[in-house]
Design a protein around this ligand. Structure first.
Ligand SMILES: Cc1cc2nc3c(=O)[nH]c(=O)nc-3n(C[C@H](O)[C@H](O)[C@H](O)COP(=O)(O)OP(=O)(O)OC[C@H]3O[C@@H](n4cnc5c(N)ncnc54)[C@H](O)[C@@H]3O)c2cc1C
Ligand code: SF4
Length: 322
């Protein structure tokens, strides 16, 4: 079997380290990142500041890695990251880059064949929300309090029952089950994804990245013996280069070979593009004046008046789209 036919190879996997609790699913990124730093390399991934700005940064020591753990649900500003990665590679350093599939594709195009020292990770990508909506939401939720940190996937109640958390400088916290949180509702229901995400060209099982990660949703049905409350990832090894890298970190992971179709069944975002909700335009009209929470709730938990508005708008859209 040649390389094209042999890959991707699909695994369920997790790390039993403390970092998994700071990671979104099985903590695979944290294991890969620590290994790269320990062997003298650099890691480039997404961080978030207290205003809700998401941005890529390069990290050279283990202490700073925690800034990169966990999913940040807004478009990340890559800034000069691609140029920095290129510079590190030129210096002969090992680099691990982790980003959305479109960012992974862009970096692969920029570095060309020079990938011996580079590992590109991407993930199953539902889409990235508009960063302006996140900034506005954080401002609204904080109500003037100074924010210390923002976590989209607090696992205190478990990986599948994750909570959206804002920690404040005064020691207080806002915590909310993701199913009850307005921002997460708008994200999951495609109210404010970037327009390019509804026309994505980077889905699929085969990628230009080396390693693709995701949450192993549906694991209790598909691989119940491998379920773990702290989180299990799906890992797609895309080529021999990634396979060699995996053998370097394998001893820090629990892995099980699985059929990729078991992943697609519960996680269509691997192959399927998100569709903008018809109410998205209504949200964008309302939120600058009324706020993110109000605009989401007027669609999600409407009063009688707004329920009528929503029904009329959806009906009108259906007729116009025929
Ligand atoms: C916007 C977004 C949508 C996602 N959609 C899905 C989905 O539909 N299905 C699914 O199974 N998994 C999805 N994931 C991936 C999933 O949430 C986990 O990131 C993945 O399972 C890896 O988990 P981990 O525990 O190994 O690492 P983690 O520690 O959770 O991974 C952290 C790394 O992910 C990257 N990252 C985080 N946020 C961003 C961002 N905004 N932009 C670019 N890179 C970022 C960073 O480089 C970061 O260092 C999504 C992630 C993001 C950020
Ligand atoms: S859905 Fe596609 S376009 Fe949007 S961030 Fe993910 S990979 Fe990029």
């Amino acid at each position: 079997m040649n390389e094209v036919e042999r890959y991707p190879v699909c695994y369920a996997g997790y790390s039993d380290s403390d970092e998994r609790m700071l990671s979104s699913s099985g903590g695979i990124f944290s294991v890969a990142a620590k290994h790269v730093i320990k062997t003298g390399g650099v890691v480039c991934g997404a961080a978030i500041d207290e205003k809700g700005n998401v941005f890529h940064k390069c990290v050279e020591n283990i202490d700073e890695l925690s800034d990169l753990y966990g999913s940040k649900y807004a478009q990340s500003n890559v800034g000069r990251s691609y140029a920095e990665v290129k510079k590190y590679l030129k210096e002969g350093r090992k680099v691990l880059f982790c980003g959305t599939p479109c960012q992974a594709n862009a970096l692969a195009g920029i570095v060309g064949e020079n990938r011996e020292n580079l590992i590109i990770m991407d993930f199953v990508c539902h889409g990235v929300p508009d960063p302006e909506v996140l900034r506005k939401y954080i401002e609204e939720q904080a109500q003037g309090k100074a924010v210390k940190s923002i976590c989209f996937r607090d696992k205190e109640k478990g990986w599948q029952d994750y909570q959206f958390r804002i920690s404040y400088q005064d020691g207080s916290e806002y915590k909310c089950d993701f199913r009850e949180n307005e921002y997460m509702h708008g994200f999951i229901h495609d109210l404010y994804l970037r327009p390019s995400c509804c026309n994505c060209r980077f889905k699929g099982i085969k990628r230009k990245s080396d390693i693709t990660m995701g949450d192993f949703w549906g694991i209790q049905e598909e691989e119940p013996d491998f379920y773990d409350k702290k989180g299990v990832s799906v890992i797609l090894i895309q080529n021999e280069h990634a396979d060699n890298f995996l053998s370097e970190i394998r001893s820090d992971l629990f892995l099980k070979n699985i059929d990729v179709n078991k992943v697609i069944k519960h996680n269509p975002s691997l192959v399927k593009t998100s569709v903008e909700d018809v109410m998205s335009k209504v949200f964008y009209r309302d939120y600058p004046r009324k706020g993110v929470k109000w605009a989401v709730n007027a669609i999600w938990h409407p009063t009688k008046l707004y329920a009528v508005r929503n029904k009329l708008y959806r009906g009108l859209k259906k007729v116009l789209c025929r």
